[in-house]
Design a protein around this ligand. Sequence first.
Ligand code: CA
Length: 540
Amino acid sequence: MPTQTLPLTISMHPSDNVAIVANDGGLPVGTVLSSGLVLKDKVPQGHKVALVDLAADAPVLRYGIPIGYALKDIPAGSWVHERLLHMPDARELDNLPIATVKSAVQAPLEGYTFEGYRNADGSVGTRNILAITQTVQCVAGVTDFAVQRIKAELLPKFPNVDDVVALEHTYGCGVAIDAPGAEIPIRTLRNISLNPNFGGEVMLVSLGCEKLQPERLFPPNTIEIKTASDTRGTGSAGPLGVPPLQGGETRSGTGGLVCLQDDAHVGFMSMVESIMRQATTHLQRLNARRRETVPASELVVGVQCGGSDAFSGVTANPAVGYCTDLLVRAGASVMFSETTEVRDGIDQLTSRASTPEVAEAMIREMAWYDAYLQRGKVDRSANTTPGNKKGGLSNIVEKAMGSIVKSGSSAITGVLAPGEKLKQKGLTYTATPASDFICGTLQLAAGMNLHVFTTGRGTPYGLAECPVIKVATRSDLARRWHDLMDINAGTIADGSKTIEDVGWEMFHLMLEVASGRKKTWAEHWKLHNALVLFNPAPVT
Ligand code: CA
């Protein structure tokens, strides 16, 4: 049953000449809007209605910017769908406004804390997970077999450890490992292994003959990987080509390696036992971790959207943006990403950069991505999906305007290239593809300890490595997916809550989830998507 009886439309900016229909099920032809305008077409929920007569070639304005140009005359009251619009070209990357907006300095938000796991390198985890890194896909089956046994036989003995997760991926061999771009998947895998939720314990399973050798994945200055206690159980452990630490040098942790082709392995079960033995040493240390009260500034939040609709940019993403500002005020780290979904708003981003260097770094990342897409003879418009369009998003320009609001209004103080590790607080543009899995994987590599994901069409997305708070853009979705969605931002369109209300609700839920007091629905059902490494280099 529709919840709203009165026709409800939402426009985002005073200059907009279209508005979207908010009512569940849309509005029928002949509906009289509160302005007196009569609908000339049936307009589905989330889709646009022309508020005035639009002449052919006239700009169609949403968020106060042209999201397209009318292909023919469109009378007021008509349904404005993607087949009636010509999409503008992407803005060029020169002559952009650089650091022109001085964001109002907002009062620090003090006194908010959560219960987290403090690590030796200063980072803080929100979960206590044994992650098993793999150099190559070849070992995935054996590792998975061992993980099932670890969960059944070992995990019950270590009650403070939340989970055991194999960091499975398809990289590691059959790849041009020295080609430009290959550094991205390699550093991504390295940095994921060092995610704060894994407590600095790096356990590595390798095959032996693969291109991505353990020393290449973890060069000496990153982490000390020791070979597994000898597979015959004599306990001899030797460093793997790792020089001793020099004065002042630090490493992010220590690790252990199991190599399946090791001569000592006779039969499949001896490999499984090696993995289980190595896991035990890590589980013992992880089990000693305890939560302690830490300031909210230790949150490292990655924001993302997927399965977007026209409400994403009206309800959920603005609420995330409000929450982003709260987090920045609390001294936390927030990452926004999804290059093809912010490309059309590059001028907004460069103007919000805190320094010219930050703006230049953003332009560099966007230019790199433009060239990457060009090699495949596409551009950022390849982003939108059939579901986006069904949900009312006509094109990537409209989608980008709704996506970018997740970044809130704070100054952008940092930029990360794909796979790099975050080293600063505040708001950072973390350059990633918009692909849900690749974006989530790269944000994990950056050090994300909490993920916020908005969806309008609906996706059961989750990650095994980090809690994912999912936000529905519409009340209809939140009702139907009541045991998958953690927050309903559709209440903003219904008029029962404000963007600020939902932003604060999100902030408080983050502290509860980060503390382990609450589980997200994805955690409850153990819904996990694959890690997907971004490999722009050729395979062989
Ligand atoms: Ca996405």
